[in-house]
Design a protein around this ligand. Structure first.
Ligand code: U2F
Length: 572
């Protein structure tokens, strides 16, 4: 069946259910953004020009909100607890509904069993018939519950699963045996999924898919009025829980207070939290729309280092604030920081909000060393002088999210058997013979070699299409994430299978005295010193994130759309 866009959210709101603060929060959000979603649906509908879209049967099982997982989030919704996950789930549900899919929502193990047709209360009684869904969106808690209640059949059906995973899971952590043998074993990872089945909150490692969420978009009139009504010396502090204000914050708060009136939205029960200095005007935890109003007036939204990678800075920037945040030197990661310890990634978090730092940057975002009071002081003064317009990257608008989720649903298929790629007609452009349709694909780059494939090798079903591929060679100890980024591209794990062969190495004129095929997450790669080349034997270990001082890696990069890094030019 063809999916038709929906602009009425009544059915969705009924489906979400009642009885918990988390659900009420999500419903308030869905209602508040309903008009934006409707406008976005109409725009995307026009953009796609009647293209056929399959209507999928989708189950959404929100594991972290089930009683069976302990649901520690719901009781804290009105008390300054994390809301980012709820923001994201509300938006995922809305996007799937608006895109016109046939969706069921489960928030308990009982509902899960009912939807899957597994007899209740029978432990791990496997699902015997076919899976009644094309796609299942869940999280790590939900995955565990499915393992318990679907038994062995989970293995059979796991290609249909998508895991919403805030901070991301790198391939080395996801591969059970490899993780266990090489010290990447954590409490979360090791599900042996295709790493692109994990969907993140921000575009972290491109090994995962980027799900995201949305922020409110303003029209030109609203933008103008916001700019006119900005209070130049008003700052709002990022941190809705008192503990986020603890320890060592007094110094820079004092400096800030020298120039600006400081506002906070810190939760409190009866008394003012002692962590919050007396000069701060604390509004208490605000409902989302009231926070937006406050951000519309404020000039500065200032982070103290925690929470990491939340939605609020995007909302602030969308409402015309400048976001000031601490640089982390050295970067925080699962290797050196309690919060990230045990998370299935070694990603280095260079500031409180690396997306804001790297994808948005100045003038909307300033990332400075808070231990250097001079640098901090200079930043505040610069912010007071700078005029900015409200800004929201396209990928965080409702249309951007719909476009991306639409593309994933229609094109990503982890169930199809991998057809081995035959690299018979791969060749470096410009070399004699071989190249059937030479195109403008060779990208000269300093210190790295690059080449592209002619579109004649495109397998009809490949997505992203092979026309987007650019092969690069990384420096030693450089990951493919960095190598592609430094050349203006993004690493594309789906393209690894195309470049994991002798022909690619030969095309690059790499000297290989020894050629091996091994299980190691930095392969395909070669060692310059030893003239050894290695191909990847385990497709689950193709990794954009991996790096090793011994190797220069072969990196499959691709182009991307401006403001929509998840999609290549020809991806829609
Ligand atoms: C992140 O979770 P948080 O919930 O701490 O992220 P925030 O950026 O603080 O904000 C989430 C939402 O809270 C709303 C605000 C944001 O959409 O509009 N809010 C509000 O309604 N009222 C207020 O007074 C203040 C904020 C991240 F998202 C999680 O994935 C992480 O687990 C967590 C820890 O790093 O950080």
């Amino acid at each position: 069946r063809q999916a038709a866009f929906r602009t009425d959210l009544t059915v969705l709101l009924d489906q979400v259910g009642t009885g918990k603060e988390s659900l009420s929060f999500m419903k308030r959000r869905i209602r508040r953004l309903a008009q934006q979603w409707a406008t976005a649906a109409n725009r995307l509908d026009a953009k796609l020009e009647q293209r056929w879209r399959d209507q999928k049967k989708i189950l959404v099982h929100v594991g972290f909100l089930t009683e069976e997982s302990g649901d520690v989030f719901s009781p804290k919704v009105l008390k300054g607890g994390p809301l980012g996950e709820m923001v994201q789930w509300a938006d995922i549900l809305t996007a799937l509904h608006v895109l016109g899919h046939n969706m069921k929502i489960s928030m308990s193990v009982k509902e899960l069993q009912g939807f899957l047709g597994v007899p209740p209360g029978r432990g791990s009684c496997p699902l015997t018939g076919p899976l009644p869904f094309d796609l299942i969106y869940t999280d790590y808690h939900g995955l565990q519950q499915m393992k318990q209640h679907m038994g062995l059949s989970l293995k059979k059906h796991k290609c249909h699963i998508r895991v919403i995973d805030t901070f991301g899971t790198e391939p080395a952590y996801n591969h059970e045996e490899y993780a266990t043998l090489h010290g990447y074993r954590t409490n979360w990872g090791y599900w042996n999924l295709n790493a692109r089945q994990y969907m993140t909150m921000f575009p972290h490692t491109p090994d995962n898919s980027f799900m995201g969420f949305v922020s409110e978009e303003l029209n030109e009139t609203e933008k103008r009025s916001i700019q006119q009504n900005k209070v130049n010396n008003m700052a709002v502090v990022y941190g809705k829980e008192a503990s986020m204000w603890k320890q060592g914050k007094e110094g820079f708060l004092q400096i800030l207070h020298r120039y600006m009136e400081v506002h906070g939205t810190v939760y409190y029960e009866t008394q003012r939290p002692p962590e919050v200095p007396a000069f701060v005007k604390n509004h208490g935890l605000l409902p989302q729309h009231e926070l937006q109003q406050l951000l519309r007036k404020a000039k500065l939204f200032i982070g103290f280092g925690f929470p990491y990678e939340g939605p609020a800075p995007l909302e602030a920037i969308a409402n015309g604030c400048i976001f000031l945040q601490p640089k982390f030197h050295p970067p925080h990661s699962s290797l050196n920081h309690e919060f990230f310890r045990g998370k299935p990634t070694s990603r280095e978090v260079s500031s409180q909000h690396p997306y804001a730092e790297q994808y948005i940057g100045k003038p909307h975002v300033m990332t400075v060393d808070y231990n250097n009071s001079l640098e901090f002081d200079t930043a505040i003064r610069e912010i007071m002088r700078t005029k900015v317009k409200p800004y929201l990257p396209y990928e965080y608008t409702c249309e951007g999210m719909l476009e991306r989720v639409h593309a994933y649903i229609q094109h990503q298929d982890f169930c199809a058997p991998e057809t081995p790629f035959m690299p018979t007609n791969l060749s470096k452009q410009g070399s004699a013979g071989g190249s059937r349709t030479p195109g403008p694909l060779f990208v000269p780059l300093p210190n790295s070699t690059a080449l592209g494939w002619s579109s004649s090798v495109t397998a009809p079903t490949a997505w992203p299409p092979l026309s987007s591929l650019r092969l690069l060679v990384s420096q030693e100890d450089q990951s493919c994430v960095e190598a592609c980024q430094s050349a203006g591209f993004v690493c594309e794990p789906a393209h690894f299978r195309i470049i994991n062969n002798k022909e690619a190495l030969r095309g690059l004129e790499v000297q290989c005295d020894v050629m091996d095929s091994e299980i190691n997450h930095v392969l395909p790669a070669f060692s310059v010193v030893r003239q050894e080349c290695g191909l990847q034997r385990e497709p689950l270990l193709f990794s954009c994130a991996g790096h090793s001082p011994k190797y220069r890696r072969l990196c499959p990069c691709r182009d991307f759309r401006r403001g929509q890094v998840a999609l290549c030019r020809d991806c829609l």
